[in-house]
Structures are given as structure tokens and as C-alpha cells.
Design a protein around this ligand. Structure first.
Ligand SMILES: NC(=O)c1ccc[n+]([C@@H]2O[C@H](COP(=O)([O-])OP(=O)(O)OC[C@H]3O[C@@H](n4cnc5c(N)ncnc54)[C@H](O)[C@@H]3O)[C@@H](O)[C@H]2O)c1
Length: 261
């Protein structure tokens, strides 16, 4: 399948670790040129040292929730290319865990800023580059929490439902420009993020991490972990010409998640 993304230029927010980095690797392996940005210097340093760091991979420091940072990022990318084929709005933090009376306004606001408003900053600047390309694909990372309620994670759920709303709206606005817009809802991903989520929930409920992990896995009918690569492969499909007629869809990559609690 090498070549399915040949000559495609892709921007990924929060791309230096987790799902973003796994997706960057999948896209690179299929021939794309990838521009990743991330807030974390340590992860970016690791990416720079990776043997994949060649003429098709560019990495930049950027806080996705800071509009000036994002403007500066696009200025730097536009020195390399005026057109892009895809934007992956991957950035999203877990936000705080707790009942609503216990959560702080500052944490609510930060979750919405990083998970939703950052997508606006990136999309606003990426859309003209997609129009110049005469079409392309925007992929927004939502979650099972963007289609179901998620106890103890109200700001996260609010942010991920918002991502679904923006996806549906942009798909309508941009269809005439041949720009497709879809959202992916990952399930329980094996990785550092779920280690932290399970730790915080176990602490709040005062039960063991093993019990919480088991509960998470039982929430999908397939009952197993989802891998970061699974999301990368779906992104690659949604960028490729094989998905030319797919837009406005909210796609679960979750082993059939049936509840979230
Ligand atoms: N991991 C899961 O189980 C899971 C499940 C459903 C949805 N998602 C969604 O998938 C996306 C990626 O998740 P992940 O698990 O890879 O995340 P993660 O927590 O592993 O973080 C990935 C990257 O985000 C970067 N980042 C954090 N804040 C940033 C900011 N303000 N600006 C720029 N970069 C920033 C981090 O430095 C890190 O490199 C998110 O939108 C997340 O909500 C994840």
C-alpha cells in the first residue's frame, strides 16, 4: 500500500506522541509529507532523532490553544508549501476527573480551549490551503465521549460533542470546495493517556486500577484495547482518494463501544 498518500501534504496537531505520532508514522509509510506540531519539547526532540525524520517530516513547537503560536506555525509551514491535502485536528487533553461540583472553572475552560478552540485556530488557517489544493480532507479527533455521556468527565464530553457539531457543520460548508470533513471517535487506546485516565478515575472512586481497566475494556462489545495505529490507518484512509465520497461522518474506531461509564 506504499504510495496511497504519495505527494499528499498533511498537518497534524499534537503529533509528537500518542495517536498523532502513530498517525504521522502511518502516513509517512504511505508516502506522505507530514508537518507535525506539539507543545512538548521532549517529545519533539525524540521525533527529531527518529530515523523517520527525513525530507518528508517536519516538526514544530506550538501550543495549539494559543492563536499566535498557531499563526506562527502556519507561517513556517507556508515557507515549505502553499497547498495541503489534509489537516488532522488531533490535539485534545483528557481534562479533569470528578463530579461537576468538584471541578474548577479553570480546568473546564482549559479543556474547551485545547480540545475545541484550537481546532478552530488550525482549521481557519488550513482551509485556504485546502482550497488552493482544490480539495482535501479535515479529520477531527472526537471520542466515544462525543456521542455518549461520560460520568466524571463532563468538560471532556462537552468538548468532544462540540467537535462532532463543528465536523457536521464544516462538512456542509466545505462540500462545494471538495473538502471532506469527518470525525474519528477512538475507543480505549492502549497507551500512556489511558494509564493516566485509569489512575485518575481509580483515585477519585477509591478502587483499584485493575478494576477500572477491566470496566473500560467491557464497554466495547469486542472487549479489547484499540491501538494508536488503528486510528492512524483510519486517518490514512480518510485522506486517501479511496474515501473520495465520504464526508460529514462520525466514525468509531472502538471495537463497537456500547457504553461509557
Ligand atoms: N487515548 C485515548 O484513549 C483516546 C480516546 C478517545 C479519543 N482520544 C483523542 O485522540 C486525540 C489524541 O489523543 P492521545 O491519546 O494521543 O493524546 P495524549 O494525551 O497522548 O497527547 C498527545 C500529544 O498532545 C500534546 N499536547 C497536549 N496539549 C497540547 C497543546 N496545548 N498544544 C499542542 N500539543 C499538545 C502532547 O504534548 C502529546 O504529545 C485527542 O484529541 C484525544 O482526546 C484519545
Amino acid at each position: 500500500m506504499f504510495g496511497i498518500l504519495k505527494n499528499k501534504k498533511i498537518i497534524i496537531s499534537a503529533g509528537a506522541s500518542g495517536i498523532g505520532w502513530a498517525t504521522a508514522k502511518v502516513c509517512l509509510s504511505k508516502g506522505a509529507t507530514v508537518f507535525i506540531s506539539d507543545i512538548d519539547k521532549k517529545f519533539l526532540k525524540k521525533v527529531k532523532k527518529n530515523p523517520l525524520n527525513n525530507k518528508r517530516l517536519f516538526s514544530y513547537e506550538c501550543d495549539a490553544s494559543n492563536e499566535n503560536d498557531v499563526k506562527n506555525l502556519f507561517k513556517q509551514i507556508s515557507k515549505k508549501t502553499k497547498k495541503i491535502d489534509a489537516l488532522i485536528n488531533n490535539v485534545g487533553i483528557a481534562g479533569p476527573t470528578g463530579t461537576i461540583e468538584k471541578l474548577k472553572s479553570k480546568d473546564w475552560e482549559e479543556t474547551l480551549k485545547v480540545n475545541v478552540i484550537s481546532h478552530f485556530y488550525y482549521s481557519k488557517l488550513a482551509i485556504p490551503m485546502l482550497k488552493k489544493n482544490k480539495g482535501g480532507s479535515i479529520i477531527n479527533l472526537s471520542s466515544g465521549a462525543g456521542i455518549m455521556g461520560f460520568p466524571l468527565r463532563s468538560p471532556y464530553a462537552a468538548s468532544k460533542w462540540a467537535v462532532v457539531g463543528v465536523t457536521k457543520t464544516l462538512a456542509l460548508e466545505l462540500g462545494k470546495f471538495k473538502i471532506r470533513v469527518n470525525a474519528i471517535c477512538p475507543g480505549t487506546i492502549k497507551g500512556d493517556r489511558m494509564v493516566r485516565v485509569i489512575r485518575d478515575k481509580a483515585k477519585f472512586l477509591k478502587i483499584s486500577k485493575k478494576t477500572i481497566e477491566k470496566e473500560f475494556l467491557s464497554m466495547a462489545s469486542m472487549g479489547n484495547w484499540i491501538y494508536e495505529d488503528d486510528i492512524g490507518k483510519m486517518c490514512s484512509f480518510l485522506i486517501s482518494d479511496d474515501s473520495a465520497r465520504i464526508s460529514g461522518q462520525i466514525i468509531g474506531v472502538d471495537g463497537n463501544a456500547i457504553r461509557l461509564d
